[in-house]
Write a protein that binds this ligand. Structure first.
Ligand SMILES: Cc1cc2nc3c(=O)[nH]c(=O)nc-3n(C[C@H](O)[C@H](O)[C@H](O)COP(=O)(O)OP(=O)(O)OC[C@H]3O[C@@H](n4cnc5c(N)ncnc54)[C@H](O)[C@@H]3O)c2cc1C
Length: 317
């Protein structure tokens, strides 16, 4: 906890951010957790991961809680370029977005229109090959935007646009939200949840969050989910949870390619490689952009085991 607090202080320190982000080369630190500074570098990283390690990617342009119209336009421009470059490289056209980076800070309609535009562009460039996962993945932010985010996901899904949404296992409401999506056969990425929510709406104890995660995973691997062509994505670095899920999936007749695991780029790379060796489908969340400092330091803060790596990166800039 002390380690994590220290890293959050470092992540939000403007001098440290300025010093690191303006260094000529991207540091070791950035290149472990971030795919590059531009859409071109991000899609090159996705290609390299695919060709060399058989790992798929979801590209994310760094930035959240954006109000400035110029910055929103820049985000959309980078995402449009990513979509075209992934299509040219014949990779999955898989883009992750935060609602608050494409207009939700200003207006729900702005977010909905921008999300519609991006998923239409993905549809336009998609090869239609059933083996490739081409869609707009909507990340889930704090609870003040949960309902709006889900409303926009359902709007896109009803229009037949390629979209998916992230659900957080710590929220009490998630069981019902998931059931609604399973009944219409969509795609959900299940995460534990990263925001500090209150115990009136969320499980706050780790054991309770884990219990909820596995129970929701079982629903995602139910007969009904399979019959409705629901596509489950389990985004967790928790090896024990991954074991339980993959055993449950095979006991219930799910083939390894009918669901996937997703990790953040640079996190638990040994475990990533083990999953690939066992024949699992693995996707990495690959952020790109110039605002890489806070994101990378927050990842470092998630495990004290990363301390040595941080020190080395700062010394050999
Ligand atoms: C692809 C992806 C997308 C996500 N999208 C969202 C989202 O939209 N909304 C949201 O609220 N949250 C999101 N998250 C974050 C998520 O909610 C968790 O906060 C985060 O994944 C940590 O939980 P865990 O499942 O890995 O389990 P934990 O129980 O936190 O960790 C499991 C194990 O992994 C290790 N570990 C975890 N992180 C690291 C690290 N950085 N370095 C080294 N070891 C580590 C831990 O030490 C532990 O041993 C996303 C996560 C992933 C992987």
């Amino acid at each position: 906890m002390l380690w994590q607090k220290l890293m959050i202080t470092l992540a939000t320190n403007p001098q440290a951010k300025h010093w690191m982000q303006n260094s000529r080369k991207m540091t070791n630190l950035a290149s472990r957790f971030v795919g590059g500074k531009s859409a071109q570098e991000g899609s090159n990283k996705a290609e390299q991961l695919h060709l060399q390690q058989d790992k798929r990617s979801s590209l994310f342009y760094l930035g959240e809680y954006v109000q400035d119209q110029k910055e929103i336009a820049k985000t959309l421009h980078e995402l449009e370029k990513s979509i075209k470059q992934l299509a040219e490289k014949n990779l999955d056209i898989h883009i992750s977005i935060d609602p608050t980076q494409i207009g939700l800070m200003n207006d729900v309609t702005e977010f909905k229109d921008n999300a519609t535009h991006l998923s239409m562009l993905i549809k336009e460039h998609s090869s239609g090959d059933p083996a490739s996962s081409d869609f707009l993945m909507i990340d889930m932010e704090d609870d003040t935007v949960t309902q709006t985010t889900l409303d926009v996901y359902h709007f896109l899904h009803e229009k037949g646009l390629p979209c998916a949404v992230t659900l957080q296992a710590y929220l009490h409401r998630t069981e019902a939200d998931l059931q609604k999506i399973i009944s219409t056969g969509g795609t959900v990425r299940l995460v534990k949840g990263a925001f500090a929510e209150s115990d009136s709406i969320a499980y706050t104890r780790r054991d309770m969050i884990n219990t909820s995660y596995f129970s929701l995973a079982q629903n995602m691997l139910s007969r009904q989910a399979k019959a409705n062509n629901f596509y489950p994505i389990f985004a967790t670095h928790d090896d024990k949870m991954i074991d339980k899920i993959s055993n449950y999936a095979s006991d219930n007749g799910w083939k390894d390619n009918a669901y996937e695991f997703e990790f953040l780029l640079g996190v638990r790379e040994g475990l990533q490689d083990d999953l690939i060796k066992c024949g699992h489908k693995l996707r990495l969340y690959v952020p790109f952009g110039t605002e890489w400092w806070s994101y990378s330091v927050r990842r470092i803060g998630e495990s004290p085991r990363n301390g040595f790596f941080l020190l080395r990166s700062l010394c050999y800039r």
